[in-house]
Design a protein around this ligand. Sequence first.
Ligand code: PEP
Ligand code: MG
Length: 589
Amino acid sequence: MMRRGIPVSPGVVVGTAYCIDQVFAPTTAECLSDGEIASELARYQAARHRVAGELHALQRKVSRQVGPDEAAIFAMHESILRDVAFTERVEQWISEERMPACAALRRLLEEYTHLFERTTDEYLRERVNDLRDVVVRLSAHLSEVLHPHDRQPLPQPLILVADELLPSQAVVLGDLEVQGIVTQAGSQTSHAAIIARSRGIPAVCGVSSILRHIHTGDPIIVDGRAGTVIIRPDAETTAAYRKLEREYLHLKDALAANRDVPAVTGDGIPLQLLANINSTADARAAEAMGASGVGLFRTEYLYLTHPSVPDEGEQLEAYQAVVDASPNRSVTIRTLDIGGDKTVPYLGVRHREANPFMGWRSIRLSFEHPDFFAAQIRAILAAAAYAAKKGGEVRILFPMISNLEEIRRVRAMVRRARRDLAQRGLEVPATPLGMMIEVPAAAVSIDTLLPFVDFVSIGSNDLVQYLMAADRDNPKVSHLCQPLAPAVLRVLHHVITACLESNTPVTLCGEMAGHPRAFLLLLGMGLRSFSMSPAWISSIKNLAARVTIPQAREIFERAMKLKTTGRVRRFLGKRLAEIAPDLAMMEVD
Ligand code: PEP
Ligand code: MG
């Protein structure tokens, strides 16, 4: 059976499905034996105690660092955890129906979700969300403790099939050898996609209701380039895809050999190929793949994966570790970009907004928590002082800037943070301050903003979704959310030209920077700095060496005359096939 989704990370893998849901329970739960019931109850109790302690600590820490109102949510979660009916039902299912604890928790969540599915009462909907948080927290603990059912060896190579991969799950799954990812939700720029690409794992997102058609242990093929998933393939199909899988691995190895070669075009123009990272592990991957620095460190993963909330000292430690692991100790650190699709409960973003991506997210949210924001700015500046001492450089980047007032405000905050650090005896060297161009208003009026920043980073993932009014995570509108749309090309050209004319360094750090087709076009527009998932660096370096600037300019000029996304894509695909036919395998359709 073949299913189609959105291709998000290239490569082909033939393996065995491992289905998980939000609750970490394998979707087909086994029955406990008589002897296992008592230990499963004890495991559940131990997890409850740990979660209670965790929630308690969270309340105190968030209250201190952010404020008591923001901490209240954890008191609510603690009361759910202590609810007698909740625990009785879970224990009853474990002992009477022999369900593993994770499966019982999932059943409870399903029952409540079903019960309140149709309610329009915002309060009740929020309570189901709270219940989900508690259940996810509990099951994360349960899956850490050795589970009797986990003693069976996991299928290898393991292809994760999930509804959506949350950052917290990605951390727990970090130790598993995952060789492919398939999700029901998500799209090119969702977490699963970003994680998959940063690790070079073939992935397909947006495969609707696949969890209904597949079980753990089923043979499965993932073609991350075409966006197809084949469930229980026949022998002939398996053999054909195994051949493709070998070719892909071979190409990857061949490309990786260029890690120490400088990034230059065919006519010798030097380029900056930087990496987008979420963690120290990604920074190491960036170094291993031959990036010349980190163009985007998404700090939100530090918050999303922290057991509570990282304080200033913990942040500084994390940033220093990233600096140490990064190529040339050169890192652009972006301040918190939470909200939209990424949320942490303590920043008050849980209240459902009608349009979360257009609402209270990113820098708008940071401004609402000035102390919290100031602590992050201080930690980044202190990391800049650290990097400078070691011969590197940290730049500070502010996401989702909409207008000049916001730039003035962050500049004032940076000045203040420098003064505070100086008072503590830490002199911070000049640290370049940059803005992300993601909001169409900022892109259109970029000339008014450029005099106030040291550099620009184009966040095309968001810029495209806002420009096209098409949610980047909604598979239903993914045909509109296209970086190669003529409207997008015009805006990108406008922004890049304005930066070049004012001599403002500009990088593009959206996913399109690593797509061979889009790379040709951006190069033709005059862009010379690209930040992408580490996994893309080697193929883009290889492509760059095979194209000259006049060639890229001609490609860009012709593409600008085309009036539909489809035509642009086909035209670029054709030119790419002429320049580097072997690289087509690294492109997602
Ligand atoms: C972007 O929007 O292009 C970007 C790089 O930021 P993020 O994907 O983290 O929103
Ligand atoms: Mg963005």
